[in-house]
Design a protein around this ligand. Structure first.
Ligand SMILES: CSCCC(=O)C(=O)COP(=O)(O)O
Length: 235
């Protein structure tokens, strides 16, 4: 069982209106404090050289990438670093959709492996699932594995899903279920041999073809995720 984060387990607005602005707010003070710190070098040095020569260049490029929501590994890595203190201090908490925590616990108790595949970096994923609005807040112990664009590849490419499946040979590829609000990612997962569905959530943009496609899944919080009556089969 695999899933992406924004628009699937939590609202897109949490990422766009809370996480991104938080990262931009703490960026200048972080650059000021950490620029020459050897622990920070791995974030700074991952940027292309033309953007890592000065704090101003790096900040401007970071702002530009976030404005355009570019999901590039060096930005995602820095974001995870910038969010760390915010989560630790309680300023950031992931607002999961109301069905998510219960459903993940149920699946876990029933022996399913739950894994996350996100454009957000693995450290950022772990922070998000560790600090949620659920009770208990930390869902990370029930997540079996974590994938991002560094250890798996781009989410719209079938080979990324093959890489993920191959890293767990104990689970035949046809037994994986990948849930995403992004139809292109669902198509890539299906091309790799996984089962996959588009999840529709409040606040998500209109799907291609007005959401009319096979295997579109619109969970209602009362009925639960796996109620087939919520599935639009428009074949
Ligand atoms: C899990 S880190 C915060 C979300 C994020 O930065 C992101 O890019 C979300 O990507 P996803 O593929 O999970 O929608």
């Amino acid at each position: 069982m695999g899933s992406r984060t924004e628009g699937t387990v939590c609202p897109i607005s949490f990422v766009k209106d809370v996480l991104f602005p938080y990262a931009l707010r703490v960026l200048p003070e972080t650059l000021e404090a950490q620029w020459d710190n050897s622990d920070f070098a791995k974030y700074k040095d991952a940027y292309p050289p033309e953007y890592s020569t000065s704090k101003d260049e790096l900040a401007a490029h970071t702002r530009d990438l976030m404005d355009k929501d570019v999901k590039i590994a060096y930005l995602k890595s820095l974001q995870g670093y910038l969010w760390k203190e915010g989560y630790a201090a309680g300023h950031l908490k992931a607002p999961l959709f109301p069905d998510v925590a219960d459903k993940l616990h149920t699946w876990h108790q029933n022996g399913f492996k739950i894994m996350i595949y996100s454009s957000g970096s693995v450290p950022a994923q772990k922070l998000l699932f560790k600090h949620t609005n659920a009770d208990p807040s930390d869902l990370s112990p029930i997540i079996s594995d974590w994938f991002d664009t560094v250890n798996a590849g781009l989410k719209t490419e079938a080979k990324s899903y093959q890489t993920i499946a191959e890293s767990h040979p104990e689970v035949p590829v046809g037994e994986w279920l990948f849930l995403s609000d992004n139809a292109k990612e669902v198509d890539a997962a299906i091309a790799a041999g996984m089962q996959s569905m588009v999840v529709q959530r409040p606040g998500n943009p209109e799907l291609p073809h007005g959401g009319k496609r096979e295997r579109t899944f619109k969970p209602t919080f009362e009925d639960g995720w796996m109620d087939k009556s919520n599935m639009e089969d428009t074949k």
